[in-house]
Design a protein around this ligand. Structure first.
Ligand SMILES: *[C@@H]1O[C@H](CO)[C@@H](O)[C@H](O)[C@H]1NC(C)=O
Ligand SMILES: *[C@@H]1O[C@H](CO)[C@@H](O)[C@H](O)[C@H]1NC(C)=O
Ligand SMILES: *[C@@H]1O[C@H](CO)[C@@H](O)[C@H](O)[C@H]1NC(C)=O
Ligand SMILES: *[C@@H]1O[C@H](CO)[C@@H](O)[C@H](O)[C@H]1NC(C)=O
Ligand SMILES: *[C@@H]1O[C@H](CO)[C@@H](O)[C@H](O)[C@H]1NC(C)=O
Length: 697
């Protein structure tokens, strides 16, 4: 209980500290990015960084004092405390690609894997052998708030092979974290990065901030994300008795390497970009195969090479390492997705197929069903927040003067009066000694928040909330909250079609009544089993990234500093006057279709059958004629790759909106679908000219 309340107060504290930071003209932490590490000797690279830095400090000692990290293992760059004059001077130097302020990032985010089709064996409740088979000898690096190493999720599975010899990482010793006893064949790496946090926020030793100066997880978020990704199977897991079942990650056999770059600051997790860059520098060198990072900044989006997400994942991609970011928690309004570089994967969560219904019962057979995690029935008088709080805004210290507040009431609080989060409202209701909260919020946030440790809370939508208020105005009476019982369904709300491939047919957008389009759910829901045998793949090659970078405004000079060069690779931008629509991305989107245009894609057959024939099927976006050539593609032992061309012809005048279609290639067994998104714009405008150029420069 205390932790949650303090978490709440921490939010206020963070807001007030924000203004203090801005008024102080002290140096800030900057990140200086230099591209690939061409010198393959970390000591020499780091000497070079000191030299660059000394030139803006005038003295080597001052330079050494200001530097936090020298990024020298997997790419080249450094972070240091600089004033704006020094930052500007560095940005002008030969070899420097970008200089940007280290920003403070936020952390984002038992049945998920069943929901996605990876079911447990019904007779034994064990993970099916297929799921166990994949993930063996895959090392997943998790960038987050650390790990709770004693958790059952991170114990060795029987029969795990020794740690792969290619692994160069290690477990670092620190506060309450002894690698000798904590690390094993499952948890094979644990590092922590703290210099950025301490330079930008506060020393961990100050002000009694509870944290561990080690990879140990204080916040809990890192343990949650790591166990979701690679946790071993743990039977009888539950949340205060709810959601009972076997918890396990998507790849329960995979190894875990933890990179702690997020720290609790009075219970609020914050991640310094300088620390996350260091995590990338080490993880790529240690030998992880996949990186999972539920970290990000809210929009506006930043230039790719002025952010840890863009830079870190670009170098990972060049080494064949997949980086998976969270898409952020800022929805459900449109255009709030983050971590969108085309060389990393951005994953959004949807709701789950189970609910936690709670009956709200009153006199005269009054009944409304909300959702909650309450664990026992509550019987008390109901009061609307407007009776006790100024303007019905139910937060602490906002109670009406001259009103006698009776303890033990159930408070009905509308998010439209405020606050918008049930956590804030629970703190408000708790401060007046209420027995429970009924929080009225939008349908899109139907799953109950975990606020019960603060105060038992039932979530209802506006329609239900209005019914309860009408009931209250009629009867002024007692109400009973019936303890939640879990029901599995959710079908009317989110009918994920079970056809195997990803699809958005029939899914409602963000809990509204509008059908979801690719802007709501991207390419669709993932199907992990089908993904093991996709049939065809769209490969992005170095030339595709060069085409992309040229199109967003990077010069050949900068591209050559970042891209792993090989003989015959063409890095020139001038020749590449073609549209970025030709980047070999599996989805096709054209934001500005002025006249007929043709787009090229290349598909590679990765199916078991080398001799196969694929047929195209098209769903045209409204007002666009789509033709595909060829319509049939033949693959053989000698030709596993084929190009095809999509011609788009506008049939209507500009309507200022996007229309959606799809292209599906099928051999009768596999179904390879690409979303097609087109905005006809027969009145030319300049939306194509938004260039992604680096800061300061
Ligand atoms: C930044 O520091 C340098 C000394 O290293 C100093 O000459 C310069 O005036 C400072 N600039 C600002 C804006 O404080
Ligand atoms: C903070 O505490 C750690 C050990 O807990 C110690 O090594 C370090 O020197 C301390 N730092 C400061 C600034 O006091
Ligand atoms: C409540 O429901 C019961 C059973 O359905 C019914 O007999 C009774 O008349 C209802 N009472 C009111 C006030 O509607
Ligand atoms: C606000 O309320 C909290 C909790 O009830 C209390 O600790 C705090 O002193 C109050 N602050 C002010 C400014 O009244
Ligand atoms: C809530 O209960 C506490 C402890 O019993 C009491 O000190 C406080 O005055 C009560 N607050 C209100 C608003 O009733």
């Amino acid at each position: 209980m205390a932790a949650n309340l303090q978490f709440f107060w921490g939010l206020f504290l963070a807001l007030s500290l924000h203004s203090i930071i801005h008024s102080a003209p002290s140096p800030h932490v900057y990140i200086v990015y230099l591209g690939l590490n061409h010198i393959h000797d970390p000591t020499l690279t780091s000497n070079f960084h000191h030299q660059l830095l000394s030139s803006v400090f005038g003295s080597e000692e001052d330079a050494k004092r200001s530097i936090l990290y020298s990024y020298k293992h997997s790419f080249s760059g450094f972070s240091a405390k600089l004033n704006s004059t020094q930052a500007t001077a560095l940005a002008k130097m030969e070899g420097v690609i970008s200089v940007f302020r280290s920003k403070t990032h936020k952390l984002h985010t038992t049945r998920s894997w069943d929901f996605l089709g990876l079911t447990l064996d019904k007779s034994t409740d064990q993970v099916i052998p297929l799921q166990l088979g994949f993930g063996d000898d895959v090392i997943v690096g998790v960038f987050d708030s650390g790990v709770w190493p004693e958790s059952e999720s991170f114990q060795e599975e029987p029969g795990m092979r020794p740690i792969p010899l290619t692994w160069k990482g290690r477990c670092e010793k620190g506060d309450k974290f002894d690698p000798e006893t904590k690390c094993n064949r499952k948890l094979i790496g644990a590092r922590y990065f703290l210099k950025g946090f301490e330079a930008e926020h506060e020393s961990l030793n100050m002000s009694g901030n509870p944290e561990y100066r080690s990879p140990r997880d204080f916040i809990g978020h890192g343990t949650h994300t790591a166990s979701t990704a690679v946790g071993s199977a743990v039977k009888n897991a539950n949340f205060f008795g709810f959601g009972q079942g076997t918890a396990r990650g998507g790849a329960p056999r995979a190894r875990l390497a933890v990179y702690k770059a997020c720290w609790g600051k009075n219970f609020v997790p914050v991640c310094s970009e300088a620390d996350i860059m260091a995590a990338f520098d080490y993880a790529l060198h240690d030998g992880v195969h996949v990186i999972s990072a539920s970290i990000g900044l809210d929009p506006p989006l930043l230039p790719f090479f002025a952010s840890m997400a863009g830079i870190g994942s670009f170098h990972a991609m060049q080494l064949g390492i997949t980086v998976v970011f969270s898409a952020g928690n800022a929805g459900p309004d449109p255009s709030l997705v983050t971590n969108v570089a085309p060389w990393s994967i951005s994953v959004a969560a949807s709701s789950v197929d189970r609910t936690f219904p709670t009956q709200i019962l009153g006199d005269n057979n009054f009944s409304v069903t909300g959702e909650s995690f309450i664990t026992s029935d509550i019987n008390a008088k109901l009061v609307e927040a407007t009776a006790y709080f100024n303007d019905g805004f139910c937060v602490p210290n906002n109670t009406k003067k001259n009103v006698i507040i009776k303890p033990g009431r159930i408070i009905l609080c509308f998010s439209t009066y405020g606050p918008s989060s049930s956590l804030g409202a629970a703190a408000g209701a708790k401060s007046i000694n209420a027995s429970a909260l009924i929080f009225v919020g939008p349908m899109t946030r139907q799953n109950p928040d975990v606020v019960d440790p603060v105060l038992p809370t039932v979530l209802v939508n506006y329609e239900q909330g209005t019914k309860i208020r009408d009931y209250l105005s009629q009867f002024q009476n007692k109400i009973t909250l019936n303890k939640a019982s879990r029901i599995r369904c959710y079908v009317a709300q989110n009918p994920i079609a079970d056809t195997g491939d990803t699809t958005f047919d029939g899914i409602l957008a963000g809990g509204s009544m509008k059908l979801a389009d690719p802007f709501d759910i991207g390419a669709g829901h993932i199907n992990p089993l089908k993904a093991l045998d996709p049939g065809l793949v769209y490969e992005m090659k170095t030339s595709d990234y060069i085409l992309f970078l040229c199109n967003v405004g990077y010069t050949q000079e900068n591209i050559q500093k970042m891209v792993l060069l090989f003989p015959g690779l063409d890095t020139s931008c001038s020749r590449v006057q073609r549209s970025s629509a030709n980047v070999n991305y599996p989805s096709i989107s054209v934001s500005n279709l002025q006249s007929t245009m043709t787009i090229r894609r290349t598909v590679r057959n990765v199916g078991q059958n080398k001799n196969s024939i694929y047929f195209a099927r098209v769903v045209e976006p409204d007002g666009v004629e789509v033709s595909i050539w060829p319509k049939v593609i033949f693959f053989s032992w000698f030709q596993d790759e084929n190009a095809y061309y999509v011609t788009l012809k506008p049939l209507k005048k500009s309507q200022g909106r996007y229309d959606f279609g799809e292209i599906v290639w099928s051999d009768g067994f596999h179904r390879v679908r690409s979303p097609l998104v087109v905005r006809v714009n027969t009145v030319a405008d300049s939306i194509d000219s938004i260039a992604d150029t680096s800061t300061i420069k």
